[in-house]
Design a binder for this molecule. Structure first.
Ligand code: SIN
Length: 286
């Protein structure tokens, strides 16, 4: 299989790189795949420009990094592709076609599972003329720059993550959150993970708590847990740690959920936005 001639260019930001001149609709050689894999570990977000790939091709490329996870809101899976979650604010015939408020709070995908996500792909299908950006926070930098007192206080602690933590709050403000069935609730039992995790491939430490899914630090009084989490959240999303992605047509963005949190900045209600997400299963954090 021939190698493609493409460039990986670091962004002028605390994380991220653009991949230019690569066509993911073509078969990818083992050498090209290895180069992308390495760049993903180094930059944490890869922006593949101008990708004209089908959902099946997105699924196949995503699978090269590991097994895919099916989102608990299976109502918003793309027809014929249970691994593809539709992220969209579009309502057709009175029904939302996708999850419109995905990413409303900072989070790492599926941190509420025993095995949270390794990384996620988001492929732009329809973009608004304004708004719709996605922000990424570098949780390695957040850990590396954490004040010493706070580092010492949290280094060996564990925290609970729950999909349902803010579900009712989201349900109250948007049309995109269906009532969950008993079977869906059973899929998202609370889990406990270390507050600071070690990346399984690079060995770098990263903060692993989020305002969306982390409810409490285990084994400390509630007021202390709240104060620690608030301090960690505030530090994590300082401008110095964040890259803001302004989407371009046919962008495919691939981020590392072990290294980052992300946030959807929001889209004006009258504008349409649709993207397809695939989510790769990772390891239990240590
Ligand atoms: C997500 O959190 O997966 C969605 C992010 C976005 O829509 O920008």
């Amino acid at each position: 299989m021939h190698r493609q001639d493409f460039e990986i260019r670091a962004l002028d930001a605390p994380l991220g790189a653009e991949v230019l001149g690569l066509d993911l609709a073509q078969p990818l050689s083992a050498q090209d795949f290895a180069r992308i894999h390495r760049a993903h570990l180094d930059h944490h977000v890869l922006v593949f420009r101008d990708q004209r790939i089908t959902p099946a091709q997105q699924v196949a490329f995503s699978r090269r990094f590991g097994p895919l996870q099916i989102h608990v809101l299976h109502q918003f899976a793309l027809a014929g592709h249970p691994e593809v979650l539709i992220v969209s604010n579009i309502v057709e015939n009175g029904q939302p076609i996708g999850l419109g408020d995905a990413g409303h709070f900072w989070h790492s995908d599926l941190s509420y599972k025993e095995k949270p996500s390794l990384g996620s792909f988001l492929h732009a299908q329809e973009l608004p003329a304004e708004g719709g950006d996605t922000l990424f926070a570098n949780m390695h930098l957040a850990w590396d720059t954490l004040p010493a007192g706070l580092r010492d206080a949290v280094e060996d602690l564990r925290a609970e993550h729950t999909y349902l933590a803010r579900y009712a709050e989201l349900q109250a403000r948007s049309p995109w959150r269906p009532n969950l069935s008993a079977e869906q609730i059973a899929q998202v039992k609370p889990v406990v993970h270390p507050v600071v995790r070690t990346h399984p491939e690079t060995g770098r430490k990263a903060l692993f708590v989020s305002e969306h899914f982390t409810t409490r630090i285990v084994g400390v009084p509630e007021d202390e847990s709240r104060a620690l989490l608030d301090a960690l959240f505030a530090h994590s999303v300082l401008d110095a740690h964040v890259y803001r992605h302004a989407w371009r047509e046919h962008d495919l963005v691939f981020w590392d959920n072990r290294s980052l949190m992300h946030l959807a900045a929001g889209t004006p209600d009258h504008l349409r936005r649709k993207l397809y997400r695939t989510t790769i299963e990772g390891d239990a954090p240590v």
